[in-house]
Design a protein. Structure first.
Length: 163
């Protein structure tokens, strides 16, 4: 059985790498910003207390860790893991309009309302799902629930952005 994205495991893996490199949390944030994009220290440190983490910031953390988002989902089949590619020019972000298009295609294919689709994904309402059309931001573990429903790796829902 597939579990939810393990936010606690993400924090533990970040902390382990931080300690092995002798860095403070501020140092981790500086390394991530230097190599990928800015992630606030409070976002990184807050993982331990929060049940969800801002999606685009997590992408930068996964790149820094050299791990796929799927590797933080206990029970997910190994062939569903897909390492993120480091962008050569720009910042890796979620392509939320694409998330909307894929959800809408699945919804239409299965002849569902947005409300019925939301019932299939824990933590979402119909309005939240429709909000992806306009670029609504996402978070972990919620985006992972969508990738599992759509049967696509996180990597397929990302894009390289200039900001």
């Amino acid at each position: 059985m597939i579990s939810d994205f393990d936010v606690t495991l993400l924090y533990a893996v970040l902390d382990e790498k931080r300690e092995s490199l002798g860095l403070s949390w501020s140092g981790v944030a500086k390394e991530i910003e230097h190599n990928y994009a800015k992630v606030a220290v409070s976002t990184i440190k807050g993982i331990r207390e929060k049940g969800s983490v801002e999606g685009d910031g997590c992408l930068q953390m996964f790149l820094w860790l050299g791990r796929s988002p799927e590797s933080f989902v206990p029970g997910l089949v190994a062939d569903k893991c897909c390492d993120l590619e480091e962008p050569s020019n720009g910042v890796l972000r979620f392509d939320v309009p694409k998330v909307y298009r894929l959800l809408d295609a699945k919804r239409r294919e299965e002849d569902l309302t947005w409300g019925q689709m939301a019932e299939m994904i824990d933590g979402f309402t119909a309005q939240m799902l429709k909000g992806f059309e306009k670029g609504r931001r996402t978070s972990f573990p919620k985006i992972m629930r969508i990738t599992i429903l759509l049967d696509v790796p996180v990597k397929e829902l990302t894009m390289v952005s200039s900001w």
